[in-house]
Design a protein around this ligand. Structure first.
Ligand code: CAA
Length: 258
């Protein structure tokens, strides 16, 4: 399948989706959002793919929704058109694990897109921010919600109210990113991480992802019950038998996703 605003490649069992509008710092146009959603559909359908990496370039992961397109929209356009719904939120419906590999600017919708992924690996030059306040608006793709859950009220409030950027080290300290790596090691690291995940039982990976996400949606007691039931359910899989037998036999497990 061919795309104009993104690139799609396979690296062993990892799908790599590169946002590719470098002239406008990967601003999220409707075309880009649509193509990203289609690429995610492709990756989800492809049995060979076990995990997905979403990235940009060295200067920008994405500098936000496309301001030149948005500036003339009115309330009726955005409200009746349900602007930035569905396709823009496709990542959060992915069942396969999705890693954001962020270098450069991840601002506004760019920061929000990264936060929709399961975790973020950042290059040393990454900068995160929700600068919508400077444009007379507020985050519209989850910035006030996911940033607050990731870094807590004080920092999220300050970022959304002042529009200031957070560098990679601050983002790591605050819990927004999982790891900071050298700029030129970012892609290799993210793809290797995706392939590690892809090498495990897909059933276990989906269940682990579902269970961690449940922590944000329910009480601790309900979350613990949910986790326990999924844990029990893994004992009905061939992969659990293989994983534990391989440990006892002191050999690598060969998971079949069964
Ligand atoms: N939309 C459209 N075009 C954008 C863009 C965006 N979000 N961000 C950058 N660009 C374009 C610039 O207009 C410029 O295009 P031209 O060369 O044609 O002038 C090109 O990308 C390069 O940008 P700059 O010249 O501004 O680069 P810089 O290095 O001087 O500055 C920057 C970099 C600080 C990131 C600056 O580009 C910037 O502030 N961008 C806007 C960031 C922003 O406000 N994002 C939030 C958007 S609103 C949103 O996302 C809502 C939501 O929650 C969904």
């Amino acid at each position: 399948m061919s795309f104009e605003t993104i690139l799609y490649q396979l690296h062993e069992r990892a799908a790599l989706i590169t946002l590719n509008r470098p002239d406008v710092l990967n601003a999220l146009s409707s075309a880009l959002i649509s193509e990203l959603a289609r690429a995610l559909d492709d990756a989800e359908r492809d049995d060979e793919v076990g995990a997905i990496v979403v990235t940009g370039n060295q200067k920008a992961f994405a500098a936000g929704a496309d301001i030149s397109h948005m500036k003339d929209l009115d309330l009726v356009d955005t409200y009746l058109g349900d602007f930035l719904r569905d396709e823009a939120e496709r990542i959060e419906r992915c069942r396969k694990p999705v890693i954001a590999a962020v270098a450069g600017y991840a601002l506004g919708g760019g920061c929000e897109l990264a936060m929709m992924c399961d975790f973020i690996i950042a290059a040393r030059n990454a900068k995160f921010g929700q600068p919508e306040i400077k444009l007379g608006t507020i985050p519209g793709l989850g910035g006030t919600q996911r940033l607050t859950r990731a870094v807590g009220k004080a920092k999220a409030m300050e970022m959304c109210l002042t529009g200031r950027m957070m560098d990679a080290e601050e983002a790591e300290r605050a819990g927004l990113v999982t790891r900071v790596v050298d700029n030129d090691a970012l892609l290799e690291d993210a793809i290797a991480t995706a392939n590690v995940i892809a090498g495990y039982s897909r059933v276990a990976a989906y269940m682990a992802k579902e269970s961690v996400n449940r922590a944000f949606e329910t009480t601790l007691l309900e979350g613990l019950r949910f986790e326990k039931r999924l844990f029990h359910a893994t004992f009905a899989t061939a992969d659990q038998k293989e994983g534990m037998q391989a440990f006892v036999d002191k050999r690598e497990a060969r998971f079949q996703n069964r």
